[in-house]
Design a protein around this ligand. Structure first.
Ligand code: G3H
Length: 541
């Protein structure tokens, strides 16, 4: 079957959807979690439509899969009050709890979370169109992240359980929580990227308000009871609804101590500016990127094409780390384009639950129209779509398009497409891609493809001062999660990794005393009789 036919017949009739993947009943979420209680909302709700349409007798229809509360400022501020009360200026039960006890709460949560795997994965597929395989990976990676975070915290705590003596001063240095954290994740990894901030924030003793992204709300619903039952009241609170309505008042209150936000720099800036005392707001931001691949004349073409297809089109290109511009040396441009076009043309479109599916419908409203505009703009300025099916649209679905030759005047050269478009630029002088990286507003990662160690080495040194990860013959990516994930310029603020995140959500704090007999005796008594949780030599096993 041709891709054109596959695209036209992409959406299934309801009865063709395997039983195991159907949404038996729409998810009409009315609940939100505040102060340890699941509250019911009686006001207006936001309708949730799936990017997966259904073929009916009267044509294609949007699939309504549920709704969630459009909370107001009042409920958002109630969540804030609950989080502040649970933190209680650092004197609450959670921030003062022994680390091993906090770990037990997290383990309990991870256990309960695993029980909801199928439900969450099904909602991931329907809400954001992520394939079954990738949705499963996102869930499992998140559970692993929780377990790895627990291990990293044990290491950190062990290091803090000893005393330092220097220049006649005895000190015990540990990391203490910061206060109330607002966590906001992105739609492309609504579970994983929200939890990569939420979990370290919690385990370090902060209390949290979390707002799911616009797409990817309902998949958190199955976890609400686990949050309620695994943590003391007010430690985890949820808000839903329009960002300006519910998030603005939180930031303006000056009671949010840390903003963990993954999204666009425009929204990140907007949020930061609303804080009355911006210096009090610690931020960790994962923002946009336009990671380029630089393909050298001696690159192994098969390997390069394989990595570029993965890098540019995994989850339809909707990854901040995706390869969004390919610079190819003009001497191999034709051979590269032939192979790339063929590989893209061979990708399997379909429904998220279908085995082997690689390209699926897109959740953002108006996205295929936006991507078509980018193609049109590039065409008008002299580019062509290399692969026969590139740019074919059926409602929320677009077949990936390889565009060539892309030039700096075209919108696709600068705009972050965040979708299945693969723009190819050719270059003769290596200074051309280097200039692109230098002049770009983004600074997350780059991939270099080539076989000559000398040529690659000559690129590494200028590039490491422009981006934060240079990948050799490998696509750009965030993982493994123990590696630092960050960026320069408009791409990030702060660094996340399993161990870095523990530092982001805490501050080094110490107890110090001049080394006198009296002070030695006090410290010995306090530690020997375990009078303090902070000033303690207790060693976590
Ligand atoms: O959207 C950005 C994600 O952090 C990318 O993560 O490279 O593991 O897909 P990934």
């Amino acid at each position: 079957m041709s891709n054109a036919t596959k695209t036209a017949a992409l959406f299934p009739a309801p009865e063709k959807i395997p039983q195991a993947f159907r949404i038996a009943q729409s998810v009409e979420q009315k609940e939100y979690l505040v102060g340890g209680e699941i509250c019911f909302w009686h006001g207006p709700c936001e309708e949730v439509h799936s990017p997966v349409c259904l073929a009916t007798g009267s044509g294609l229809e949007e699939t309504r899969i549920g709704s969630y509360p459009l909370l107001t400022e009042e409920e958002a501020l109630a969540a804030l009050t609950a989080a502040c009360r649970a933190y209680d200026h650092g004197r609450g039960r959670w921030p003062t709890m022994a680390v091993e006890d906090r770990i037990r709460h997290l383990e309990d949560f991870a256990y309960r979370m695993k029980e909801k795997r199928d439900e969450v994965i099904r909602l991931l597929m329907w809400e954001i169109g992520k394939s079954l395989a990738d949705s499963g990976k996102e869930f499992d990676r998140t559970v692993d992240y929780i377990l790895d975070t627990i291990d990293a915290l044990k290491d950190l705590d062990r290091a803090g359980s000893r005393f330092v003596i220097d220049q006649g001063v005895i000190g015990q240095i540990r990391r203490a929580p910061l206060g109330v954290v607002l966590c906001m994740g992105p739609f492309n990894y609504p579970l994983n990227e929200t939890f990569t901030t939420l979990i370290p924030a919690l385990i370090m003793g902060n209390t949290v308000i979390f707002k799911p992204p616009k797409h990817g709300v309902l998949l958190h619903r199955p976890l609400l009871e686990a949050f309620r039952d695994s943590f003391p009241p007010g430690v985890v609170n949820t808000v839903y609804g329009d960002g300006a309505t519910v998030v603005g008042p939180l930031i303006k209150s000056a009671k949010i101590d840390v903003l963990a936000f993954i999204g666009t720099s425009r929204v990140g800036d907007l949020l930061k500016k609303q804080h009355p005392k911006p210096h009090r707001l610690r931020c960790v931001l994962g923002l946009e990127a336009k990671n380029p691949a630089i393909i050298l004349a001696d690159a192994d073409l098969d390997l390069t094409v394989r990595e570029c297809v993965l890098g540019a089109l995994s989850y339809n290109g909707q990854r901040c780390t995706a390869l969004k511009l390919l610079f190819v040396h003009s001497s191999i441009a034709e051979a590269f384009l032939d192979k790339l076009g063929a590989a893209v043309e061979a990708l399997t479109p379909g429904m998220p639950w279908e085995e082997g599916v690689q390209i699926t419908p897109l959740p953002e409203r108006g996205k295929t129209a936006y991507l078509s505009e980018l193609i049109e703009d590039a065409r008008k300025q002299g580019a062509a779509v290399v692969n026969a099916s590139g740019g074919l649209v059926n409602r929320t679905f677009m077949f990936p398009a390889v565009l060539y030759p892309v030039t700096p005047e075209m919108r696709i050269f600068k705009e972050e497409q965040f979708g299945p478009l693969v723009p190819v630029v050719f270059y003769d002088d290596i200074e051309e891609p280097l200039r692109y990286v230098t002049e770009s507003d983004y600074g997350q990662q780059v991939s270099i493809f080539g076989t000559d160690p000398e040529l690659i080495a000559a690129l590494i040194d200028p590039l490491v001062n422009q981006v934060c990860r240079v990948n050799i013959n490998s696509q750009c990516q965030r993982g493994p999660d123990t590696f630092p994930f960050t960026g320069r310029k408009d791409s990030a603020e702060g660094t996340l990794s399993v161990s870095d995140a523990l530092r982001v959500f805490s501050i080094r704090t110490m107890v110090a005393a001049k080394e006198t007999d009296l002070n030695k005796q006090i410290i010995t008594t306090v530690t020997r009789h375990r009078k303090s949780r902070f000033l303690s030599t207790n060693f976590l096993l």
